[in-house]
Design a protein around this ligand. Structure first.
Ligand SMILES: Cc1cc2nc3c(=O)[nH]c(=O)nc-3n(C[C@H](O)[C@H](O)[C@H](O)COP(=O)(O)OP(=O)(O)OC[C@H]3O[C@@H](n4cnc5c(N)ncnc54)[C@H](O)[C@@H]3O)c2cc1C
Ligand code: FES
Length: 270
């Protein structure tokens, strides 16, 4: 099916899954979005509110796609509050994708940063050995653990929840566990998406251990197509040149993990 990615395609919400008290997955029919590559995103128009970038979530049903949204500010809360039968407008898919290496993979996710990593899992072959870290502040905000185990049932794998308050899984920051794992074994590649400070530490640990690493950099986005400049990170535009960047490239940036831009474009310390 041919479709102009820059024209809104209207979809009806068909099903809603409550993942945690603040996170919901909205499912709709969309053949094109159901087949996007791991790491690609869409711009989602919530009628009457705003348009925001969202990673495309996997579903278990053919021809269906989904977004997993955490309620934060005005727009994401309006999206979170949508009901079955409501419409959203979708542009995209946009962005590049994770390049999946052979061998032993470490996936490091925090919050809704798990969304592109779950899609990455669906592209793994049975010979991949996969370790997925699920970072969260507390037990009730851990999600996708059962789904990840199910998607990885044909692989040698580990799914390890990590909570900051220690109420579930390992206690601490997800990057503490990355450090432990790199001390005890080696990996062929690391993939990460989540809070930028978590990705910054993960990228630095990977690079210092000479492991290939890719991070999905989620910056403030308005146009999603390289026009407005709101998503810039040094010379790069996250929407046009990413969102996936190689760790060796990111460690040369004096903005990655240090500064982000506000809605007005002002550089602010993270
Ligand atoms: C490529 C990409 C994929 C994303 N995927 C998901 C996803 O799967 N699920 C999910 O819940 N969220 C995702 N986000 C983040 C989501 O777009 C923002 O949380 C949302 O735009 C916040 O809008 P708001 O009005 O609710 O919050 P605001 O009150 O505007 O801001 C809340 C926080 O979100 C950040 N933010 C605000 N607007 C944007 C924006 N346009 N882009 C990036 N960060 C922003 C702000 O810096 C602030 O920290 C993604 C962002 C990007 C760039
Ligand atoms: S969001 Fe406009 S240039 Fe990237």
């Amino acid at each position: 099916m041919l479709r102009d990615p820059n024209i809104h395609h209207m979809c009806t919400i068909e099903k809603i899954i409550d993942e945690t008290p603040t996170v919901r997955t909205l499912i709709f029919s969309d053949e094109i979005l159901s087949n996007v590559l791991p790491g690609q995103f869409a711009m989602v128009w919530i009628p009457g509110v705003n348009e925001i970038p969202m990673s495309v979530m996997v579903t278990q049903e053919k021809g269906k796609a989904a977004f997993t949204v955490r309620k934060r500010g005005e727009s994401s809360t309006a999206m979170y509050n949508l009901k079955v039968g409501d419409y959203i407008g979708i542009r995209g898919p946009y962005g590049n994708h994770f390049d999946i290496k052979d061998g032993k993979l470490l996936l490091v996710g925090g919050g809704t940063g798990l969304v592109p990593l779950l899609r990455l899992i669906t592209f793994c072959k049975p010979f991949h050995n996969v370790t997925l870290l699920i970072g969260s502040q507390t037990k009730e905000e851990v999600f996708f653990e059962d789904l990840a185990n199910k998607l990885l049932e044909k692989n040698e794998h580990r799914v390890i929840p990590v909570t900051e308050d220690g109420t579930y899984g390992k206690k601490g920051f997800v990057t503490d566990v990355v450090e432990e794992l790199l001390d005890e074994s080696s990996f062929d590649a690391i993939y990460t998406c989540g809070p930028e400070i978590m990705m910054y530490k993960t990228v630095n640990l990977a690079v210092s251990n000479q492991i290939t690493v890719q991070a999905s950099v989620e910056r403030m986005m308005k146009c999603g197509v390289g026009i407005c400049g709101s998503c810039c990170i040094n010379e790069d535009l996250a929407c046009r040149d990413g969102t996936i960047f190689e760790g060796n490239h990111l460690i040369q940036s004096d903005e990655f993990g240090q500064f982000h831009r506000t809605k007005s474009g002002k550089l602010e310390k993270i």
